[in-house]
Design a protein around this ligand. Sequence first.
Ligand SMILES: [Zn+2]
Length: 153
Amino acid sequence: MGKTSKDIRKMREEYKAIRSRSQAPSPAAFDAKVKAALVTLGKKNPTPADFLDAAKVVRFLCKRCAGTGRFVTGTLNGVPTGPGGICYRCNGYGSQDDADARRNFGADNHAIVRGVAAMLRGPATEPDLDKQEQDADDQAAAAFEERSYGRRD
Ligand SMILES: [Zn+2]
């Protein structure tokens, strides 16, 4: 059974989504690396599915740790200090593939949404949120996330 044009359109959209959340310095740099990966894989006439597979595995330098794999702990007079522990964005690899990018993208959205929810709720009366307040934040964040980004399954 051949791929329908709808399938192909869906794959193109997914490819663009992977590209936009990647750590690639530019869309062109992303495409170039995918093409190089396809050559390495011996795909002479790559299909849209081949492009998608390659897009998921190409790795780009982690911007969080500048490829060191170590968490930069702070700055002192504008100079990064550290190194601290393992960079949580790339798990110490110094580069990210799409699985890393997806995880980080989700975490970023959740952090933003959580911040908005906390803002809407008003200032905390206690310095530490208790469990009940955290649950309320999570629920508000989930509702906001659903409205903003669509339901995830
Ligand atoms: Zn990193």
